[in-house]
Design a protein around this ligand. Structure first.
Ligand code: GDP
Ligand code: MG
Length: 181
């Protein structure tokens, strides 16, 4: 393994309505290797995590919005040179699922990838742990159907709260990003 080499930098961005759990998912994935950088003046949180996949040392640069998604779009630098785009919704809130078309279109417009239909996206349906009071409104089949309608988007059902599927999802995100390097 060429671990003495400089890691391959891969840019990941998270998009989705405010409150769906984007920051919580990144924090859950957080461990002692994490370097955290707050660029709050421009509304972006940047996290850097090194890992080894497919015999390669990679440095995942995870770009998270610092709440700014609620008010206006992110600056174009946020979208530029992204290797994998992660879309997040809350399985208990229909509106957050219905927003996915807009986030997907926004990414394509702003990042302007060479082959939009081949660009690697990963969808996360978060807060699957919520059971009492609120009930789930978006079934897995519906989410998978949406993924298939957009090409080949991989879907994960997650809980940042209970750390369900979080590592698994980020491993796939890293793989997708590496395949788009
Ligand atoms: P963001 O705006 O998309 O970054 O969302 P946040 O990460 O700030 O989370 C919004 C709220 O949802 C916070 O109160 C979190 O504690 C909560 N939250 C995030 N993920 C989960 C989850 O998986 N399950 C539950 N029950 N709550 C969550
Ligand atoms: Mg956030």
């Amino acid at each position: 393994m060429n671990s003495w080499k400089k890691p391959t930098k891969l840019k990941i961005i998270l998009l989705g309505d405010s409150g769906v759990g984007k920051t919580s998912l990144v924090k859950r994935y957080h461990d002692k290797d994490f370097k955290e950088l707050h660029l709050s003046t421009v509304g972006i949180d940047l996290l850097d995590k090194e890992l080894c996949i497919e015999n390669k040392l990679v440095s995942l640069q995870i770009w998270d919005t610092a709440g700014q998604e609620r008010f206006k779009g992110m600056p174009s630098a946020f979208y530029r040179d992204t290797h994998c785009c992660v879309l997040v919704y809350d399985v208990n809130v229909l509106q957050t699922f219905e927003s996915l078309d807009n986030w997907h279109a926004e990414f394509i417009k702003m990042a302007n990838p060479i082959t939009p239909d081949k660009f690697p996206f990963v969808l996360m349906g978060n807060k699957t742990d919520v059971k009492d009071g609120k009930s789930r409104v978006v079934e897995k089949e519906k989410a998978v159907e949406w993924c298939n309608s957009k090409g080949e988007i991989v879907y994960f059902e997650t809980s940042a709260k209970e750390k369900i599927n979080v590592d698994e999802a980020f491993l796939e995100i890293a793989r997708k990003a590496l395949s788009n390097e």
